[in-house]
Design a protein around this ligand. Structure first.
Ligand SMILES: *Cc1c(COP(=O)(O)O)cnc(C)c1O
Length: 389
């Protein structure tokens, strides 16, 4: 159904390419079926014997899901992709397809909190060792990855947004035969294409910018055909965390505007970074800019600020009128998430506590509203919540 257009096109062109369907439809249909039947014995047997790759069963193969997978593979400049029911399904399915007891994973500090819990709560008890390292060590210690099976990366990482020199880290990993896996949800392929920088596997929480409309939870993994075949066969078939055709349809719709949305997020974020950096009530702005590391070409709308001690963070949050309070990010709507709320979360130690994130930090997801309105709201709330002596 959806073939990638032939030629060396930019991401905007690739994602806008028409998926010509029945009667010239420009949008792929939602193929809402569990199984695909066969006309005759021979066709059925050929499929089961691996002599054809006709769709068989939606747990592993579905044309609407394939349309989404092809779009993301094209955007990331990868050979193949596989969709999952969530970003966490993409992460756990990828890692579980690649490790066995006794293997070691080297993970970047400030990794996404549920990835940290997956490593600690599920993988470690199965005999997989996980160690955590600062961005600088990945870059500057050429032997950090000796004996490591997977280097698990996020660049930039979560809440503190430290970006990493990916070509350098990928070269260290290659020398030691370690596979590199990166969570590219923040930058999206519009601003960073890790496969072109030497990384082996790229994954996304598609719930964020790839969807862009806060109506879908999904994940996707992109790599060469051999690795995707392994992940599809082992994890998708056996763990079964498949992406639903309807969610895949929503994602193909969201992806059409990814480039336009990312440029708008960037322009709002640039304005915020300038204004925040000059603000008397802001101690620090955490947001990697374009070209701060090789291969990162833009700034997304997700960033953090460290607020002055004189600001009451609960008062600030309650004074906001346009920004809403909530988890997740990457949608059309602007959100704030005070780190203090995550630090006070119930349950076992979380990654923000483990990695020592400051309670003065507030994470912002800048949406698609007019940047002047957003800044006026943010600035007014800051000034209202400061205790000036
Ligand atoms: C949200 C998020 C995830 C998890 O994705 P889900 O789709 O919520 O399962 C993974 N990585 C990062 C960086 C995220 O922000």
């Amino acid at each position: 159904m959806t073939e990638r257009p032939d030629g060396d096109f930019s991401i905007d062109t690739l994602l806008a390419a028409v998926a010509v369907g029945a009667g010239g439809a420009v949008v792929p249909p939602i193929v809402q079926t569990s199984l695909f039947s066969f006309d005759n014995y021979k066709a059925f047997e050929d499929r089961m014997a691996g002599r054809s790759d006709d769709p068989l069963y939606t747990r592993v193969q579905n044309p609407t899901v394939a349309a989404f997978e092809n779009m993301v593979a094209g955007a990331e400049e990868g050979e193949a992709a596989v969709g999952f029911a969530s970003g966490m399904a993409a992460i756990s399915s990828t890692v579980l397809a690649l490790v066995k007891p006794g293997d070691r994973i080297a993970c970047v500090e400030h990794v996404y909190p549920d990835a940290y819990r997956f490593f600690e709560r599920l993988l470690r008890p199965f005999g997989v060792d996980v160690s955590y390292h600062p961005v600088d060590d990945f870059e500057n210690d050429p032997d950090l990855l000796a004996g490591v099976k997977i280097a698990y990366l996020e660049s930039p990482n979560t809440v503190v947004f430290q970006a990493m020199n990916l070509p350098k880290v990928a070269a260290h990993a290659k020398r030691h035969g370690a596979l590199t896996v990166i969570d590219n949800s923040w930058a999206t392929p519009v601003f960073q294409r890790p496969l072109t920088l030497g990384v082996d596997i790229v994954l996304h929480s598609a719930s964020k910018y790839l969807s862009g409309h806060s109506d879908t939870v999904a994940g996707v993994v992109v790599a060469n055909a051999e690795l995707i075949g392994r992940i599809r066969d082992l994890s998708l078939s056996l763990l079964g965390g498949k992406l639903a055709p309807f969610e895949a349809f929503l994602l193909t719709r969201g992806l059409r505007t990814l480039g336009a949305r990312m440029r708008q997020h960037q322009s709002t974020a640039d304005r915020f970074v300038d204004n925040l950096s000059a603000h008397a009530l802001v101690r620090n702005v955490l947001s990697p800019g374009p070209n701060s590391v090789p291969g990162l070409t833009g700034r997304s709308g997700l960033l953090s600020v460290e607020l002055d001690e004189s600001v009451s963070i609960p008062d600030f949050a309650d004074a906001l009128k346009l920004f809403r309070l909530g988890v997740s990010w990457g949608g059309f709507e602007s959100l704030v998430l005070p780190a203090q709320i995550a630090l006070n979360q119930a349950g076992e130690e979380n990654s923000l506590q483990h990695f020592g994130v400051s309670g003065r930090i507030v994470r912002l997801s800048l949406g698609l509203e007019d940047p002047r309105d957003l800044w006026a709201d943010f600035d007014a709330a800051l000034n209202l919540s400061a205790n000036r002596k």
